[in-house]
Design a binder for this molecule. Structure first.
Ligand code: CA
Length: 219
């Protein structure tokens, strides 16, 4: 997922950004609301993590204007523990979830995954794809011949396809996801990993559309 992190505390912002990237997501860190607006104008995001006290305004007002413009992007607010009214205000303004500072990074990761599943219309981490059973939380796949193990890069590619069922996902969209996890990627990397994925999961599961990209198929 591409995640916009709006946080002005450099220590917390950096730690959260690194954690998100380690989970295979693509984070952008915005220390101000103005910068966040610039990023949102040029890039679609799957999730926004929003601090409420920013140098150039209140996160709540930013969230309200986002929802007023019709944005349905999930928003998770990051608040201090003594700010209960702020949390309620945030949820009323259209936030999907909140985290209380200081928070555990592993819990943040689990909540991000949960929001992503709800957003994809699939709150159950177990999904069935033809003859494959996929556990999104455990990154595990069971096929007719037992467990299928994917490397982290293979999983990132497969997840990118799973998040957009029926849609064509371009090579550059997949590259964006991979680069966030590992900047040492060669130009033919995607082809190599897709071909491994097709071998492990079946050619009908990961379809190649020449010149366009890849698509999740139903075996
Ligand atoms: Ca702040």
């Amino acid at each position: 997922m591409r995640i916009l992190l709006i946080e002005d505390d450099p220590g917390l912002g950096g730690a959260v950004r690194d954690q998100i990237a380690a989970e295979g997501h693509v984070p952008d860190l915005a220390p101000t609301l103005a910068y966040a607006r610039d990023l949102l104008a040029t890039m679609p995001y799957d999730l926004i993590l929003l601090d409420l006290g920013l140098p150039d305004g209140r996160g709540i007002d930013f969230l309200r204007s986002l929802r007023a413009k019709g944005s349905v992007t999930p928003v998770m607010i990051l608040t201090a523990h003594d700010r209960i009214t702020e949390r309620i205000e945030g949820l009323n303004a259209g936030a999907d979830d909140y985290m209380v500072k200081p928070f555990d990074l592993a819990e943040l990761s689990a909540r991000i995954a949960a929001v992503a599943r709800r957003y994809a219309g699939n709150p159950n981490p177990l999904i069935t794809l033809g003859r494959l059973e996929i556990d999104l939380a455990a990154h595990a796949i069971h096929g007719p011949e037992g467990q299928i193990d994917l490397s982290q890069r293979e999983w990132i590619i497969f997840e990118a396809l799973l998040q957009r069922p029926g849609q064509i996902v371009s090579k550059s969209q997949i590259e964006d996801q991979i680069y966030a996890f590992d900047s040492e990627v060669e130009s033919n990397t995607i082809e190599v990993y897709v071909s491994r994925l097709r071998k492990k999961l079946g050619k009908d599961v990961v379809q190649t559309l020449r010149g366009l990209g890849y698509r999740l198929g139903t075996p």
